[in-house]
Design a protein. Structure first.
Length: 230
């Protein structure tokens, strides 16, 4: 396994150094293994691992290529990891990561969103009411946060947040079903965030996003705590 790890690190270094670029074809397995002084079996296992990470693309009968290395592609591996972690503590940790990253995205978006983007965010908030069903509210919530993350102008941050956000849908649905006035609170907080973004107030948008995510995280933590006995 250590030899395979060495092969993985070597190929990754070739990519990081620019020797291999997105779309480049790797040398034939025999040539590459001889050049790196690694067994062909170790090289084969390394390629399989890097293919699973979406770093390499093995095309049968054609060769092995470096992928586009686009953030959306690379985050597929992260999505798989997150999907496999659906216990309560894992969800809380995901919310904690969102609480760290999403405020930064909001701060960036405050200086970069176009007026048309802000108008779309307002329309999204206005399209939901206290009478909307939970699934509709959650769909709005996902789209709202995704739009702000995209507005940050950082594709890697937006892609990572998209992966994280998608793993918290169940918690959002459950909150909407069990917490009184959850929809009204969500819309009120979303509206305040949009106001801060429209004012180009990065610090306020960041603070409001922290409060918004922390509120959901706090509810989930309280909901999961066992009731104290009398």
């Amino acid at each position: 396994m250590a030899v395979t790890d060495e092969a993985i690190l070597t190929i990754k270094q070739m990519i990081l150094s620019g020797e291999l670029r997105p779309g480049d074809r790797l040398p034939p397995e025999k040539e590459l293994s001889e050049r790196l002084r690694l067994s062909r079996n170790s090289m084969r296992e390394a390629v399989k691992a890097l293919e699973a990470m979406k770093i390499l693309d093995v095309r049968r009968g054609d060769g092995t290529y470096v992928t586009s290395l686009e953030p959306e592609l690379l985050n597929e591996a992260m999505s798989f990891i997150l999907e496999a972690q659906q216990d309560h503590e894992a969800i809380l940790e995901i919310f904690a990561v969102r609480r760290i990253l999403e405020p930064a995205a909001s701060a960036l978006a405050a200086t970069r969103l176009e007026e048309s983007d802000l108008e779309a965010l307002r329309r999204s908030v206005d399209s939901i009411s206290a009478d909307s069903d939970v699934e509709e509210v959650v769909s709005h919530d996902l789209a709202f946060h995704a739009a702000i993350a995209a507005g940050s102008g950082n594709r890697y941050l937006a892609s990572l947040l998209d992966s994280l956000s998608g793993r918290t849908v169940r918690a959002r649905l459950w909150r909407g079903l069990t917490e009184e006035h959850a929809t009204e609170r969500t819309l009120r907080e979303h509206g305040a965030i949009v106001d801060a973004l429209a004012a180009r107030d990065a610090a306020l948008a960041e603070a409001l996003t922290v409060s918004h995510i922390a509120g959901i995280e706090g509810w989930l933590r309280r909901w999961s705590e066992p009731e104290s006995s009398d």
